[in-house]
Design a protein around this ligand. Sequence first.
Ligand SMILES: Cc1cc2nc3c(=O)[nH]c(=O)nc-3n(C[C@H](O)[C@H](O)[C@H](O)COP(=O)(O)O)c2cc1C
Length: 334
Amino acid sequence: MDEKAVRDIVQQAARAPSVHNTQPWRFVARDNAIELWTDPSRGLAVLDPAGRARHISCGAAMLHLRVASANAGYASTVTLLPDPAHPDHLGDVYLDPAGEPAEADRGLAAAIEARHTVREAFAVAALPAAVVTELRHAAEVEGCWLRIVDGADESIAVAALLARADEMERADPAYIAELRRWTDRAADSNEGVPASAIPDVAPAERGSIYRLRDFVADRESSSTRAAEPPPVERPLVVVLGTRDDDVASWLAAGQGLGRLLLTAQRDGVAASPMTQPLEVPGTRARLATELGVVGHPQMIIRLGYAGENAGGGAATAKPRRPVEQIITPQVPPD
Ligand SMILES: Cc1cc2nc3c(=O)[nH]c(=O)nc-3n(C[C@H](O)[C@H](O)[C@H](O)COP(=O)(O)O)c2cc1C
């Protein structure tokens, strides 16, 4: 394949969301395929000891790879986990010239550059049923289920688990130290969560029952209390999950997440994951019980229409490592 096409496709794969923007991936270009590898050295030992969030992040990059390939005129065939001797080798995407991309692929590909996590308050307007159906479909075609959090009882149960898990995580000095490593970075850093992507209002002081992750490691508790009551938001909250809970399921969850977020962006819907309850074993099990789901919750996502203040800095920051750093010429050494 021509080198420029590969670089373009990999650059778009790397625009995928990843936990704490760790970008735990690398790519190997072959004649007719692009290999996706995970880089465990970029894992989060405290937040994600099993590597679940790391594999979900790589799954999202795989989905971007497929969408970008289709948009560049290639039909892709994916072989997941091709080599049991190398479990970090997550998949091979075989590419065949296929001509003009389908309209649907073009629409999703156009969303890749624009998509970013929006942590500001959303407008109160609800998502139309047709949009919610599209989001559900996006998760399902990638082998996941999508459970809409519905009604006051479920919302309060999910909100309580979020607050509980968030408090447990923030009480752990090792979690805070790890968070600091991925947030406290130079302004021109190309990894981690930049200050411009973090809202000024502390998560505990937002007008919402849902506690977003606080990316400020050293926040003083009462620092930014506002004189005015904060705006109230009523986001759509969804839980994306899988039947099993192994590496293949995490990769499916990542591809479901990737497709759902691109579909949302295409439809003008903003999103932010809020995954604290999934990182604490007790609250993860409790979430499944509260919602009566069969299987394993993999992502919790907040969706809505971005308000006036959303997106400015975050939309432009988009730190990512350059393509030269993430395409390795041959199979990386063990
Ligand atoms: C598995 C996973 C978990 C995440 N959890 C959270 C979270 O709890 N809170 C949050 O604000 N963002 C979360 N994110 C979003 C990442 O922080 C975000 O994708 C990353 O910083 C890159 O920014 P971008 O999405 O704007 O490109 C998560 C992303 C992934 C893939």
